[in-house]
Write a protein that binds this ligand. Structure first.
Ligand SMILES: C[S@@+](CC[C@H](N)C(=O)[O-])C[C@H]1O[C@@H](n2cnc3c(N)ncnc32)[C@H](O)[C@@H]1O
Length: 235
């Protein structure tokens, strides 16, 4: 899979060079390229201006159409069929389901905004507008990195020996609690069942814990999970 990120701050993407994502890149499981939006301003613009004042007045600057249209055109010439994603707090929420859908794409082009936002006409070249949560950040760089993390860890071979299917949200539930050595710490003991070696009991306990914590911490998810299960049973 190839992921292209368009930004005015290419230097902030250093975190994508280390840990699991860095290793996935080194192993050619994903090809991530960072593009500087300023490289796509009109050649006659000596100031390399990517933004301008908003029509109608008011505070803040707005990303101009031209550099973004040019950047997307160039990237699509290299990787036709990539899905274009605009980061915006006004977009559809990025969820585990979205991460799974995106992980099946051939390529993603992620556009990072800044300041007041992006000229509305840029939406016409985007396939989806995505928000990472109901809060406003200063730029699209962190949202882009959140999406890259969420998507790349699902790619074949990125988490060898581990299955993301057990993680929170994958099956619609939160994950179960986990423990490691020592068996007792500051008077707190590891649940006996996990030391029993009885795999079916352990599995049963984990499933129950996942259900209980989801019900307690995220009743919205729990309701949706139960409804889905009931619908499946009726079918
Ligand atoms: C300050 S925000 C612009 C907010 C815009 N004026 C609004 O209220 O909808 C600047 C940029 O940060 C990014 N951004 C901020 N919050 C985001 C979020 N929750 N999800 C995704 N992107 C976000 C977007 O790229 C956006 O263009």
């Amino acid at each position: 899979m190839r992921i292209d990120i368009v930004t005015i701050f290419p230097e902030v993407f250093a975190p994508l060079e280390s840990s699991i994502i860095g290793r996935a890149r080194k192993n050619n499981l994903v090809d991530i390229r960072i593009w500087n939006l300023r490289d796509f301003v009109h050649p006659e613009d000596r100031h390399r201006k990517v933004d301008d004042a908003p029509y109608g007045g008011g505070r803040g600057m707005v990303f101009k159409c031209e550099p973004l249209f040019e950047a997307v055109k160039k990237i699509k010439e290299e990787n036709a069929g990539s899905k274009v994603i605009l980061t915006t707090p006004q977009g559809t929420l990025f969820t585990q389901e979205k991460a799974v859908v995106f992980s099946r794409e051939k390529g993603l082009i992620i556009i990072c905004g800044h300041y007041e936002g992006i000229d509305e006409r840029v939406s016409s070249i985007c396939d989806e507008e995505i928000s990472i949560g109901d809060y406003t950040l200063t730029g699209g760089e962190l949202p882009a990195m959140v999406m890259v993390e969420g998507v790349v860890r699902l790619l074949e071979g990125v988490l060898p020996g581990e299955s993301p299917a057990n993680d929170s949200f994958f099956s619609g539930l939160l994950d179960w609690p986990c423990y490691t050595r020592p068996e007792e710490y500051n008077g707190m003991k590891v649940p006996e069942v996990l030391l029993s070696g009885n795999h079916s009991r352990i599995e049963e306990w984990r499933k129950k814990q996942a259900l209980m914590r989801t019900k307690e911490r995220r009743p919205d998810l729990y309701r949706a999970y139960v409804e889905r299960r009931e619908t499946r049973e009726e079918d």
